[in-house]
Design a binder for this molecule. Sequence first.
Ligand SMILES: Cc1ncc(COP(=O)(O)O)c(C=O)c1O
Length: 379
Amino acid sequence: MKFKIPMFKIYWDENDVKSVTDVIKRGTYWATGPEIAKFEEKISQYVGAKYAAAFNSGASALHAMMMAHGIKPKDEVIVPSFTFIATANAPLFVGAKPVFAEIEDKTYGLDPQDVKKRITRKTKAIMPIHYGGCPCMIKELNEIAEEKDLLLLEDAAESLGARIGRKTVGTFGDSAMFSFCQNKIITTGEGGIVVTDSLETYKILKLLSSHGRPETQDYFSSTEPMDYITVGYNFRMSSITAALGISQLGKIEKIIEMRRNIASKLDRRISEIEGVSPMLPPERYYNVYQMYTIQVNDRKDRDGLQRHLSKKGIMTKIYFSPIHLTHFYRNAFGYKDGDLPVTEDISRHVISLPIYPDLGDADVDYISQSIAEFFRGEK
Ligand SMILES: Cc1ncc(COP(=O)(O)O)c(C=O)c1O
């Protein structure tokens, strides 16, 4: 279905085109060119971490992050159920068990109090997400991780540039992953990166991402035999992708400013409508609005509102339906309705509206008027 207002539009310019074209025209090093190390360096600087290792997707980055931190079969990793499926699947990639904890209703991130209750002798890590670009209660989660001697791994897929005060998301835990899939703050089509302050972790990440081969020289241009010291994958980001990433990163402040501007206009309009409420992050929480999610006060109205907006040509999505209630998680782990009541309740109330840098004032008017129309009964 083609919507008049889609969920997202990619913000791109001629510099993106030139960056990619330059690599193509070079006619070589499309795989392992110098753009990768440059992109990694620029991301690590931007986030404020010592190292960054690029990947071909956020999910493969999460997989490698699990392995690099030694998460093993029978270990438990505490994750939210209110997230994209890859967060919960990541522990499964290495044979570990995702253990779901509830979320709180301020940021829709992991609820630190509930996390405490889920810790067992098998718990190895806590992996929260920063929902839709809004930092979660990461400081509180960090305290728990430190007290219980657990790893804190941030699934920061949606939140490049978000921060609490001056401290950026991605620097609170032991490692963090950012995604560059097409609906993220900046995008390379597909892509991901792990940032960390640990040289050891960084080295393992690089090893895993390229067949378990220490890259002492460039494989494609060296005549020297090269060794393979562990099982590895091809999780590498290509040079073409990294070139696009560098160019996109150059626009990030502008993109975030535009998104925040639109979000504050939407906040104002949404708070005037009886029946819905905007999500208002705590003070000093700098939300980059990868998503713009509102609460429908009476959950009975939510699906009707979605249908109404679809009829008006406005795309919306339910971010997220709980993972523990998906077919796979019900079957594999025996989860059932009511297992995570807070998560399930929040999930029934939320609806995410379109947000992207080019969303104009007329679009904001149209979206908010269409929502108001629904609650006035003009369906
Ligand atoms: C919270 C979260 N984790 C993980 C991922 C996976 O990233 P990717 O789509 O780049 O594999 C995403 C992206 O959709 C996400 O939103």
